[in-house]
Design a binder for this molecule. Structure first.
Ligand SMILES: Cc1cc2nc3c(=O)[nH]c(=O)nc-3n(C[C@H](O)[C@H](O)[C@H](O)COP(=O)(O)OP(=O)(O)OC[C@H]3O[C@@H](n4cnc5c(N)ncnc54)[C@H](O)[C@@H]3O)c2cc1C
Length: 466
């Protein structure tokens, strides 16, 4: 961390908004005009729309993330840590670094880009059993876990274990949920070909949503198509229902259905990052930072916020007659808001007027597995093009492939897709990657006494005992 006489622009969060805003500020800034500091507990930005494809093995997980130190110019200061609180009176942020004691960092201008976290409910068993879909770690974990279930099911003689392993439950049918169930189903359908005792018919896929349709982002017609398409692939879709409990993997739905499953994927929406409560900012009714249309935080002319953690009036929708419209939490807005935000930070620093953010929805695309998808393109107030199937899937890939930050990552993603066309998908589970020292420990530990050798302990149990 550098200590400089220059004003410091502190960017909290290096995701979509943080990365693009910092790049914009650095591009527009005069040499030495300010120090731009980006703080994030991860050293990389995650392109979240590709998480379902990473979980399905269509894109290498490393290609879905963008290393902050590599893509931000050298003048930027990148700190890997978590901002735990902010004192607005003293203009000081407290940072908990990866290791060592927390410290305070003074700032002059502040950008709040913390994004969202999974929105959960106090459902018995959810915290212990649920798998989220917000980060690359979860996508890799899900892929390894799902493939491991096939290994488990293929190797057991216990019918109960096999049934649990081959039952996959997804809760939440928005973008994240519908895409994830579509991609994962596609992957296991492929993978099942390599297992002697497993066919697609032995597996059960369940998608649950409390609303009366899935994929609300693409409108009712395409949502209906998406549901019917998934059902045609054998996915059971239950609408207007919710999960009541999943203690020890015993899933109970409100509609009365009960199943046992070792895989419960939770994609039932997001909520603003709860850390915002310790930042001394005005928050809206659902916990978002309350922003002006200029992305300035209400009543604070040195603080800006955007993306999933911000409540920003949707001027384009309001102009079209929708009262009280707010920008939805998606990448389309996050990217565009970040650019306006960057410009406004520079203007704010120089004492120039602020620009208002307005962007009319351009539509949405969703992939539901290889060669399957839905797309809605908004061309004007009354003109919408609706696509489904292969063409929509090409739109999905084309749009997100080009939207992926940096040419380096775009090329890698397109290379993964091209290789995938000629070589078969990788279907190996690397679950042991989560405990890489286990085997070495077994090899290196002193030989146990014969009685102890009969009951091997796991590493965690050993650690607890010592
Ligand atoms: C599975 C999935 C699929 C999606 N698909 C689409 C899609 O197809 N189209 C679309 O438009 N949108 C999609 N989205 C939504 C889109 O990805 C988000 O709207 C976008 O990433 C929001 O950007 P952001 O910068 O606000 O938040 P993020 O990109 O989430 O960035 C927040 C950053 O803040 C960091 N952070 C958190 N806590 C702290 C802290 N205390 N201190 C410092 N840093 C912190 C995080 O590590 C993270 O890097 C999808 C999201 C998911 C999860």
């Amino acid at each position: 961390m550098s200590t400089t006489e220059r004003p410091r622009i502190l960017v909290v969060g290096g995701g979509y908004v943080g990365l693009y805003a910092a790049r914009r500020i650095l591009k527009k800034m005069r040499y030495g005009e300010a120090t731009v500091t980006v703080v994030d507990p991860r050293s990389y930005m995650t392109y979240q729309p590709f998480l379902p494809e990473a979980a399905a093995g269509s894109i290498s997980p490393r290609h879905v993330v963008v290393p902050l130190r590599r893509v931000l110019p050298k003048e930027a200061e990148v700190l890997t840590g978590r901002v735990t609180s902010i004192d607005q009176d003293r203009k000081v942020a407290t940072i908990a670094p990866l290791v060592g004691d927390a410290y305070e960092l003074p700032f002059d201008y502040l950008v709040i880009a913390l994004g969202a976290v999974s929105r959960t409910f106090p459902i018995p068993g959810l915290a212990e059993q649920g798998i989220g879909m917000k980060g690359i770690e979860e996508a890799i974990g899900l892929r390894n876990h799902v493939l491991e279930q096939l290994d488990k099911a293929d190797s057991t003689t216990d019918e109960e274990i096999r049934r649990r392993a081959l039952t996959f439950v997804f809760v939440g049918g928005g973008f994240a949920g519908a895409e994830t169930v579509g991609e994962v189903e596609d992957m296991v359908r492929d993978a099942a070909k390599y297992y002697r005792s497993i066919s697609r018919e032995d597996m059960r896929f369940i998608l649950v949503d409390a609303a009366d349709r899935i994929l609300p982002e693409v409108g009712p017609k395409l949502g209906k198509y998406g549901k019917e398409h998934l059902e045609s692939r054998g996915v059971e879709v239950y609408l207007n229902t919710s999960m009541e409990s999943c203690v020890d993997g015993h899933v109970v739905l409100k509609n009365g259905l009960e199943v046992d499953s070792d895989t419960i994927v939770w994609t039932a929406g997001v909520k603003p990052n709860p850390a915002l409560a310790r930042f001394g900012l005005p928050l809206g009714p659902r916990g978002h930072v309350d922003c002006e249309p200029t992305l300035q935080v209400k009543g604070m002319d040195y603080v800006w916020a955007a993306g999933d953690n911000a409540q920003v009036p949707d001027l384009a929708a309001r102009k079209a007659g929708v009262e009280n419209a707010w920008c939805p939490p998606n990448a389309q807005h996050a990217l565009r808001q970040a650019k306006v935000l960057g410009d406004n930070v520079i203007s704010g620093m120089r004492g120039f007027p602020q620009k208002e953010y307005s962007h009319a929805n351009k539509g949405a695309v969703a992939g539901l597995g290889l060669h399957k998808g839905v797309a809605m393109i908004v061309l004007g107030k009354k003109t919408k093009i609706k696509l489904k199937g292969r063409l929509a899937w090409y739109m999905h890939r084309g749009y997100h492939g080009l939207a992926m930050p940096t040419w380096n990552r775009k090329i890698r993603v397109f290379a993964d897709w091209t290789l995938g066309m000629f070589l078969k998908r990788e279907v190996v589970s690397l679950g042991a990657i989560e405990s890489p020292r286990e085997e070495f420990y077994e090899a290196a530990k002193p030989a146990p006494a014969p009685a102890a050798a009969a009951q091997p302990q796991k590493t965690e149990e050993r650690a607890k005992a010592s």
